[in-house]
Design a protein around this ligand. Structure first.
Ligand code: C2O
Ligand code: CU
Length: 479
C-alpha cells in the first residue's frame, strides 16, 4: 500500500515544491494589493502645490531691449590656434543679461549664420510663441532674417538660452548665453557670478572637430569633448576676499557631458536648482549637473583663507577629476554678509504621489537601421518628428514616468514646466526643489510630478543634443 508518508519519502523534492507553491499562494492571497494599483485622490497634491510658484507675473513696465546677432566668429581655445565657430554678438560665451523680476525683455535677434536657427530660453516660462521650437512655436529663422523675442519671465533665477535648430552643432560651436532674473527680495551677496560650463572636442591641432553627430556620439552619451571651459576659459579664476559670501551660478551648456560637482572644502550650499530656489539649503558636493541643468550655490570664504586656492571640480568619471575653476583668495578680509540662505518655503510635499499609477510613461529607447547614421533615439518607439502625443491639464497635478530601456544617460527636459522627482526605480525620493531637467541614468525609471500652469505646445526631450537631434523628443500639450 502507498500511503502519504512513503510518497513524501520517495519524492522529497516534488513534495517540497508542492508545499512551497502552497505557501506562496497563501501569501499571495494574504498580502494586500500593491499600493500603486490603488487610486489616490490627486486633488491633495494639486492643493499642496498651491503657491509654489506664480501662475502669472505682475509686470513692472520696465523693458530691457537687447540687440543680438548670431554669426560665424573666429574663436581660439588653445593659444595661437584659431577656428571658425558660431557666437552670439561675436563672443563666447554669449551675453549674460540681468533683469529684475517683473521686467520685460525684448531681444532684437538677427541670424547672420549660414544656416537656419531659433532661440530657446531654457527654463523660462515664456508665452508659447516665444519658446523657439521650429515647426512647433515658430518657423526657423532663415539666414539674414530677424525675429523679436519678447517676454516677461515669471520666475526669478538662473536661465540660459541656446538655438533649437541643429543644436548639437550650433551649441557646440559656441551659441549660448545666460539670463539672470533677480528678485530684489533675495539677500545681496558680496559677489554674484555665472559660470557657463562647456566642453569642446578639439582636433590634435587645437581646432574644433567639425564632425557632428558621429555614429560614436549618437551611440554613446552624445559628444563629450576633450577640453572643458568655464566662461570660455580653461581653469577659470575668480578672485575673492576672505569673508566674502559668493553666489555662484553654474550652467551646464555642454552637448552631453555630466559634471559631478566637488567644491573642495568650501562647504558650498545649494540654494537653487534650474533657476528655482530650494526649500532649504543643502550640501552641493556630489550634485550631478546634467546638460541643461543650473545650480546656484552659496559659498562663504573663510576669514583665515587669505592666500589659499579652492578648486571646484568635476568627479563624474571615477578617478578622472576635471578642474572647472579656482577661487583665489586675495586681499583684506571683509565681514561676512549675515543672512539665512534664500529659500522657497512653498515647495510642495508630494510624498505618496509616487504610488499613483503614472499618468503617462515614456520609454526611452533606440532603434537601429533608421535615422541619422542608422540610429534613432526614441520616446515610446517614435523618433521626432514622429511622436507619441501627451495632453496635460492646466492647474492639475499629474505624473510622468521616464523609463530608460538603454544603458545610456538621458537628461530629460520639459519646456515651459517645472517638475519634482517623485521616485527613482520605484523608491520614493524627496528632492527639496523643482527641476526642468532630470538625469535618467542607465536602465533607471524616474517618475516626476507637476502642476502645469502654462498653456501651449511644449517640447519634451533628452538634453544630450545628439540624442535629441536623432529623434528623442516629443511634444506635450498643456490645455
Ligand atoms: Cu535647453 Cu529644448 O532645450
Ligand atoms: Cu538621451
Amino acid at each position: 500500500m502507498k500511503d502519504n508518508s512513503s510518497f513524501i519519502k520517495r519524492n522529497p523534492i516534488l513534495t517540497g515544491l508542492i508545499l512551497g507553491g502552497l505557501v506562496v499562494l497563501i501569501f499571495w492571497w494574504l498580502i494586500p494589493e500593491k499600493e500603486n494599483t490603488v487610486s489616490i485622490d490627486r486633488s491633495q497634491f494639486t492643493q499642496a502645490f498651491d503657491s509654489a510658484y506664480a501662475a502669472d507675473i505682475e509686470e513692472s513696465g520696465t523693458i530691457h531691449e537687447f540687440e543680438l546677432t548670431a554669426d560665424e566668429t573666429t574663436l581660439s581655445l588653445v593659444e595661437g590656434i584659431e577656428f571658425e565657430g558660431f557666437a552670439y554678438n561675436n563672443q563666447v560665451p554669449g551675453p549674460i543679461w540681468r533683469i529684475v523680476k517683473g521686467d520685460t525683455i525684448k531681444i532684437n535677434f538677427t541670424n547672420e549664420l549660414p544656416q537656419e536657427t531659433t532661440i530657446h530660453f531654457h527654463g523660462i516660462r515664456v508665452p508659447n510663441a516665444m519658446d523657439g521650437v521650429p515647426g512647433v512655436t515658430q518657423d526657423p529663422i532663415q539666414p539674414g532674417d530677424s525675429f523679436i523675442y519678447e517676454f516677461t519671465p515669471k520666475d526669478a533665477g538662473t536661465y540660459w538660452f541656446h538655438p533649437h535648430v541643429r543644436s548639437s552643432e550650433q551649441v557646440e560651436k559656441g551659441l549660448y548665453g545666460v539670463i539672470i532674473v533677480e528678485d530684489p527680495e533675495e539677500p545681496e551677496y558680496s559677489q554674484d557670478e555665472v559660470w557657463m560650463v562647456d566642453d569642446w572636442r578639439l582636433n590634435r591641432d587645437g581646432t574644433l572637430d567639425t564632425r557632428f553627430n558621429t555614429g560614436h556620439d549618437l551611440m554613446h552619451d552624445g559628444r563629450w569633448g576633450n577640453l572643458i571651459t568655464v566662461n570660455g576659459e580653461m581653469e577659470e579664476e575668480l578672485i575673492v576676499k576672505p569673508g566674502e559670501r559668493i553666489r555662484l551660478r553654474l550652467a551646464n551648456v555642454s552637448n552631453g557631458r555630466v559634471y559631478e560637482l566637488d567644491f573642495d572644502s568650501l562647504g558650498a550650499q545649494v540654494i537653487a536648482i534650474d533657476g528655482m530656489l530650494t526649500s532649504s539649503a543643502f550640501d552641493a558636493n556630489g550634485f550631478e549637473l546634467a546638460p541643461g541643468n543650473r545650480i546656484d550655490v552659496d559659498i562663504i570664504i573663510p576669514q583665515d583663507a587669505a592666500g589659499q586656492n579652492f578648486t571646484i571640480s568635476d568627479k563624474f568619471i571615477l578617478g578622472r577629476a576635471n578642474t572647472l575653476g579656482v577661487l583665489k583668495v586675495e586681499g583684506e578680509s571683509v565681514s561676512t554678509p549675515n543672512f539665512a540662505p534664500p529659500n522657497n518655503p512653498n515647495i510642495p510635499n508630494w510624498n505618496g504621489a509616487e504610488n499613483m499609477e503614472p499618468d503617462k510613461t515614456f520609454d526611452l529607447n533606440a532603434i537601429t537601421g533608421m535615422g541619422m547614421m542608422g540610429l534613432a533615439w526614441t520616446l515610446n518607439n517614435k523618433a521626432y518628428p514622429d511622436y507619441d502625443p501627451l495632453t496635460l491639464k492646466e492647474g492639475e497635478f499629474q505624473t510622468i514616468e521616464f523609463n530608460n530601456k538603454t544603458a545610456r544617460l538621458h537628461p530629460m527636459h520639459l519646456h515651459g514646466q517645472f517638475f519634482k522627482v517623485l521616485s527613482r526605480n520605484g523608491k520614493a525620493v524627496d528632492e527639496p526643489y523643482f527641476r526642468d531637467t532630470v538625469l535618467v541614468h542607465a536602465s533607471e525609471t524616474v517618475v516626476v510630478g507637476l502642476v502645469p500652469l502654462d498653456e501651449g505646445e511644449w517640447a519634451n526631450h533628452c538634453h544630450i543634443l545628439e540624442h535629441a537631434e536623432a529623434g528623442m523628443m516629443s511634444i506635450i500639450t498643456v490645455e
